[in-house]
Design a protein around this ligand. Structure first.
Ligand code: KG4
Ligand code: ZN
Length: 347
């Protein structure tokens, strides 16, 4: 058995502060020794959306308590950590800076290796914290900030097949929830209201987009117009159920196209919206139909932003000797790392 390594990872790209301690060995044998995640929902709820400056300040308050909790749960002290990792992109700059700076500082002080991680890669590979899907597989990242479909070939190579041309699916859920007077972020509340509604009561137009892309802004506007038109007579549960069905039907149509075109019968769904039970049910049905052979979705606590998924990607990077320098930066959008550029040049 190969020697195990301990990884301390930080995630602070948006509005969740999270710190994890992992123990990893072999190709992908990973154990979460400690994980502490602090959401900021209470901070942003009254504004109905994330306020970037408040998010950064809340990370400053939450980060060290999360570190303390993760280390205590893991029963390890900092001196036994081998690798320190943090999310560097994409995300809110002020938020990213908090976790990234803390991680680099610890790496410098403790003299341990440092690895910057792309948040979306974190989501893509988050399934490996619990399962071992066979490569290649399709991965649908559905969160508050992204809706993208990837073909994942290995731990280091993946290609984007499609992405949202406008809003993310989570944004559509959140906007719908806001219009219905629910809390923020409202995806889970909308789902729970929808569970007592009739999904065929209100009808929505069919979303038409090229290839394997997604679009949710039209549905959002349609829902806005419906709420305005119906006002007090709106049947809220039926509206939530119909709107949820319209969002999920669009996702289903695009997934069916991609599964047929790629002939890859394995699919993972990850990110906050992957917590949605109707979405899981719908993909479960694809499996029953035989369109899919394998379907993986992480446990709900690993769908939402968390540092364990960042630690897993860092482990894979360390296995091929890709470490980051202490002058590495953060970025609001995804840009290739120096290592990736070097790799592309070589290819
Ligand atoms: O992955 P995540 O925690 O953060 C981002 O990286 O965005 O995803 C948060 C998103 C929010 O839009 C939230 O409303 C949505 O995931 N979400 C849900 C559910 N639970 C969380 N959407 C639909 N149904 C749910 N049960
Ligand atoms: Zn995320």
């Amino acid at each position: 058995m190969s020697k195990s390594v301990k990884i301390l990872s930080f995630e602070s790209s948006c509005d969740d502060t999270s710190v994890a301690v992992l123990e990893a060995s072999g190709e992908a044998d990973v154990r979460i020794l400690g994980l502490s995640t602090q959401s900021q929902n209470e901070v942003h709820e009254k504004f109905g959306g994330i306020v970037p400056e408040l998010a950064s300040r809340a990370h400053l308050q939450n980060l060290l308590p999360c570190l303390q909790k993760a280390l205590t749960e893991a029963r390890v002290d900092l001196s036994s950590i081998d690798i320190i990792a943090a999310t560097s992109q994409p995300g809110l700059i002020g938020s990213l800076l908090v976790g990234h700076s803390a991680a680099k500082t610890l790496s410098f002080v403790l003299g341990k290796a440092f690895i910057s991680v792309n948040h979306l890669e974190g989501h893509i590979y988050s399934v490996f914290l619990e399962e071992r899907p066979k490569f290649p597989f399709l991965s649908l990242v559905v969160s508050g900030g992204h809706t993208s479909l990837y073909k994942v070939n290995s731990f280091h190579f993946y290609e984007i097949l499609g992405q949202s041309l406008d809003d993310a699916a989570g944004e559509a859920f959140d906007k719908g929830a806001k219009l219905l007077g629910l809390g923020f972020p409202g995806g889970a509340e909308l789902e729970s209201l929808a569970s007592s509604g009739d999904p065929s009561f209100y009808s929505f137009g069919k979303v038409q987009v090229p290839g394997f892309h997604f679009s949710f802004s039209g549905l959002k506007s349609e829902f806005y117009r419906l709420v305005q038109k119906e006002k007090g007579s709106l049947r809220r549960a039926d509206a939530a159920a119909s709107y949820q069905r319209a969002i999920l039907s669009h996702i289903e149509v695009q997934l069916r196209k991609a599964l047929a075109a790629t002939q890859i019968p394995r699919l993972c769904i990850v990110g906050g919206v992957a917590r949605n039970k109707k979405l899981r049910e719908l993909i479960g049905n694809l499996k029953e139909e035989g369109v899919l052979k394998d379907f993986f979705a992480p446990s709900p606590f690993l769908c939402t932003d968390n540092a364990a998924m960042i630690g897993f990607v860092a482990y894979q990077r360390s296995r091929i000797g890709e470490f980051s320098s202490l002058d590495s930066d953060v970025a609001s959008t995804v840009r290739p790392s120096r290592e990736e550029i070097r790799r592309e040049k070589k290819a």
